[in-house]
Design a protein around this ligand. Structure first.
Ligand SMILES: Nc1ncnc2c1ncn2[C@@H]1O[C@H](COP(=O)(O)OP(=O)(O)O)[C@@H](O)[C@H]1O
Ligand SMILES: [Mg+2]
Length: 371
């Protein structure tokens, strides 16, 4: 059987660059070398693309360098330059992604430009199968304000919330504040609409902290989401895998080790813990799984997603927090761990994701594009 030529795309311009590199490293270490030839494509923090076969040469301290200056004295140098895909509007560069004749791309990118539908659009334009959600699902999941509206239409319980724009805030601060306080109470969570990793998110307990939180969130986006805090809750996560007939995993729990699961606790302190299964009733876990599938279908998901919830410690009430279409993929990340506990080993998970990418591509290719 001919080997599958797989492009593993990692790094990226988002604040989750390092997580992505770790995910790529672990995928590379377990992927079935009999089935795949892996082509590494590292995107540095400036957005420059580098192609090569040695992950260390691509990233260790050099990932932040532009292609021209990281070119080492080997035969990969020319390819690195040809894959510099960072000039806006340079459509010929899209074809150059296919330079190594890739059969499929696995983008282990998180956040902006990786998880938000933009790179997925490049793959669609280049007609290359890719792992994970398509353009619309990725973009919807990334925009917390749009996602809220889709989930409300699908009757999925969420925390009470309001969406405000920079324009709303600048034109009537007092009005925005009183509307938030009257309908959402306190404490509150304030988030930029389009970001991840808890960046720009704060919890506010009073009017002053609410104002600072709004100002902070508006530094990261022109649109913000303000939510009532879900207190006294388990924070749980469920993994979804599939295209038309997706499956949901066992449910896991995050124990943040801080007031909430902020950037520091997620990536720096190592204080947060995960627990599988989550310490919730079987009925609540079943509801989490059902709602995960409903949320996945509501955004028209495909491939994979991790869906995050709050479960009230007393009532067992389940509230959706968010859906992530390219969740962390390191060996200690919740997504692969949840599938491991559900009976799918890490390497098999990669195979299934690649198969799903081909399946979706075939289904789309069979569609009539004109008449
Ligand atoms: N409404 C809420 N109530 C309680 N905690 C929340 C709420 N919204 C967010 N959080 C806390 O903040 C963290 C980050 O928020 P989240 O919406 O998941 O953003 P991100 O996309 O950055 O992960 C969550 O993991 C949770 O700990
Ligand atoms: Mg989150």
């Amino acid at each position: 059987m001919e080997k599958i030529q797989l492009g593993l795309l990692f790094g990226g311009r988002s604040c989750e660059h390092e997580v992505s590199v770790t995910s790529a490293r672990s995928i590379l270490s377990v992927i079935d070398q009999q089935r795949y030839d892996v082509h590494l494509i590292g995107i540095d923090k400036l957005g420059h693309w580098h192609l090569g076969n040695n992950i260390d040469a691509l990233i260790d301290g050099k990932a932040v360098l532009p292609a021209s200056s990281s070119a080492s004295a080997n035969d990969e140098a020319s390819k690195e330059v040809s894959l510099s895909l960072y000039q806006k509007g340079n459509l010929t560069a899209v074809e150059q992604i296919a330079a190594p004749k890739l059969d499929v791309i696995f983008p282990v990118l998180h956040g902006t430009f990786g998880e938000d539908g933009t790179i997925q659009g490049v793959f669609e334009t280049a007609d290359i199968p890719y792992v994970g959600c398509g353009v619309a699902a990725s973009a919807l999941a990334m925009d917390k304000a749009l996602a809220k509206q889709i989930f409300a239409a699908a009757d999925i319980p969420q925390s009470p919330c309001q969406i405000h724009t920079r324009f709303d805030w600048q034109s009537d601060k007092a009005g925005v504040l009183s509307s938030i306080e009257q309908s959402l109470g306190s404490p509150l969570f304030i988030k930029p609409a389009n970001l991840g990793s808890s960046v720009g998110i704060s919890k506010a307990h009073d009017r002053n902290s609410l104002i600072s939180a709004i100002e902070l969130a508006l530094e990261f986006d022109n649109k913000i989401v303000v939510e009532s805090a879900m207190e006294n809750c388990h924070e749980v996560e469920c993994a979804v895998l599939g295209n038309q007939d997706p499956q949901a995993s066992v449910v896991g729990e995050i124990i943040p080790g801080a007031e909430f699961y902020d950037y520091q606790t997620k990536y720096i302190d190592d204080k947060s813990k995960t627990m599988i299964p989550a310490q919730i009733s079987e009925a609540a876990a079943e509801q989490v799984r059902e709602l995960s599938l409903r949320a996945f279908k509501a955004i028209d998901g495909s491939g994979l997603a991790r869906v995050d919830f709050f479960v009230n410690k007393d009532s067992g009430e389940v509230t959706l927090n968010e859906i992530n279409t390219l969740p962390g993929f390191t060996p200690i990340s919740m997504y692969p761990l949840l599938w491991q506990k559900s009976g799918i080993a890490y390497a098999d998970l990669i195979d299934q994701l690649v198969d799903l990418a081909f399946e979706r591509h075939r289904a789309n290719a069979a569609l009539k594009r004109s008449f």
